[in-house]
Write a protein that binds this ligand. Structure first.
Ligand code: URA
Length: 232
């Protein structure tokens, strides 16, 4: 798609174009209520943490650890560069992704691609996956047992990719990765670590599409991610 078509497409969707700004202005953080069922127990799993890519994908394909497996069309394992320096982890596939077997398609995927492009990262150069590999019905937040069922798959993906930086895309991903229930307003703007891999929390593009006023904060978060990556 050429640039002017892309801009028209963005405009039609009501999305401003992401352009680098020199100055980031700090705004008041919002606080979001967090329900109790969002605490994520961490489980060390079986042999998953020793698998290679093909075996891991096969294991996820055959997984029936939780009820999500009953309703999926197919798993959404992840896509992109398996040697990526940037790894993006979202929440869970929705119905569109369930059909496409790819993470972050449709509008939120389009915005995510633009967010990356704005900081000079090509989507294809990153590795993109989700905490949960099957689509929850009605696009609901995944339940604790569903998150737990997929925990070792994501851990192994991270172990195989060995990214320089992880972007936790949205609240559910941030909670699962960081093992916390804090509101995203308290998690963004800080560099967290999983072992020695920096993790930066960014707003979910689906949320940004509903709350365009938060774009400025999202831009600050991306700048933090870029700076952290450059300094690593
Ligand atoms: N699609 C994904 O793949 N992940 C999300 O978190 C949302 C939509």
């Amino acid at each position: 798609m050429d640039n002017s078509t892309r801009l028209q497409y963005l405009e039609a969707m009501g999305i401003d174009v992401w352009v680098p700004r020199k100055q980031a202005v700090v705004e008041i953080e919002e606080n979001q209520a967090v329900s109790d069922n969002e605490s994520i127990p961490v489980e060390e799993a079986d042999n998953t943490l020793t698998l290679g890519w093909d075996e891991l994908k096969q294991q996820v394909n055959e997984c029936n650890k939780c009820d999500l497996s009953k309703f999926r069309k197919q798993i959404v394992f992840g896509e992109g560069n398996i040697n990526a320096e940037w790894m993006l982890v979202g929440e869970a596939p929705n119905q569109d992704e369930d059909s496409a077997a790819k993470p972050f398609v449709a509008q939120s995927g389009f915005l995510l691609t633009e967010m990356l492009r704005a900081i000079g990262v090509q989507r294809e150069s990153a590795y993109i996956t989700n905490i949960v590999k099957c689509s929850p019905a009605d696009n609901k937040d995944p339940k604790v047992n569903e998150l737990k069922s997929c925990d070792s798959y994501l851990k192994r993906q991270i172990g195989l990719v060995k990214p320089k930086l992880i972007l936790a895309v949205g609240r559910v991903a941030a909670h699962a990765l960081l093992g916390t229930k804090k509101p995203i307003s308290e998690l963004r703007g800080i560099v967290h670590y999983m072992d020695d891999i920096p993790v930066v929390v960014v707003y979910h593009p689906a949320y940004l599409l509903r709350s365009l006023l938060e774009k400025r904060k999202a831009w600050q978060d991306l700048q933090l991610a870029l700076k952290t990556y450059q300094e690593k």
